[in-house]
Ligand binder design. Structure first.
Ligand SMILES: O=P(O)(O)OC[C@H]1O[C@H](OP(=O)(O)OP(=O)(O)O)[C@H](O)[C@@H]1O
Ligand SMILES: O=c1cc[nH]c(=O)[nH]1
Ligand SMILES: [Mg+2]
Length: 207
């Protein structure tokens, strides 16, 4: 699987704010938005472009635009904190939604929302979810997208566990990963270590 760890001092300092237990909900959301900007910027780096003619006030020149803006799919709740910033970078993008809550006993994702275009064939998709822990939630989302014809899927995460990376690599669907870090592992409650805690709770409070 193609994976990119965005290794940049500014990304690392924003990740530090996210990790710091002293960051309150507002500080956490703010840092997540700023870090998302860097992750999406890198996720788009190799996207196909098309050229078109543009007139400046002085002359005619060649401009570029994305051939096909990706569909943005935040995974609720935690992915909500990434979608506005991703959309600001790619304003032409359409947005779909998947809602999942991990059962904290079985650690399996429990779906509660699926709001997506019927046919995703030929459309690149960026799945936005800050946490890739066991990978169950991301693999579930990828299966939903693949069942609608998506073949070009990028998981944009902030913190990944090696177990989640392995789950994506072996899920049998074409997917690439962009993340700010691959952490050490998971604890007995399947939280990422050192991680940043519960990314949904840290933005919005407990559910
Ligand atoms: O890789 P996994 O083991 O599946 O865990 C990762 C999932 O857990 C978190 O969501 P959570 O279920 O806590 O829901 P929330 O966003 O509403 O807090 C996170 O945002 C991922 O969706
Ligand atoms: O560390 C983790 C694991 C799952 N979900 C989170 O929000 N954080
Ligand atoms: Mg949560």
């Amino acid at each position: 699987m193609d994976s990119l760890v965005v290794d940049h001092p500014l990304a690392a300092s924003l990740l530090t704010i996210l990790r710091d237990e002293r960051s309150d909900n507002a500080a956490f959301r703010h840092a997540l938005r700023r870090l998302t900007q860097m992750l999406v910027y890198e996720a788009v780096r190799d996207a196909p472009i098309e050229e078109f003619e543009v007139r400046t006030p002085v002359a005619t020149t060649t401009g570029v635009r994305l051939q096909q803006p990706p569909l943005l799919v935040p995974v609720l709740r935690a992915g909500l904190g990434m979608v506005d910033q991703a959309h600001a970078l790619i304003p032409q993008a359409q947005v779909g939604f998947v809602g999942l809550a991990r059962d904290e006993k079985t650690f399996e994702p429990v779906p509660y929302l699926e709001s997506l275009p019927e046919d995703l064939s030929g459309l690149p998709v960026f799945v936005l979810d800050p946490m890739l822990a066991t990978g169950g939630s991301m693999v579930h989302t990828i299966e939903i997208l693949a069942s609608r014809g998506a073949t070009d899927i990028t998981a944009v995460c902030v913190v990944a566990a090696p177990q989640g990376v392995e789950a994506l690599a072996s899920c049998g669907h074409p997917v690439r990963l962009v993340t700010a870090t691959i952490d050490e592992g998971l604890n007995e409650n399947k939280y990422i270590v050192p991680g940043l805690g519960d990314a949904g709770d840290r933005q919005f409070g407990p559910r």
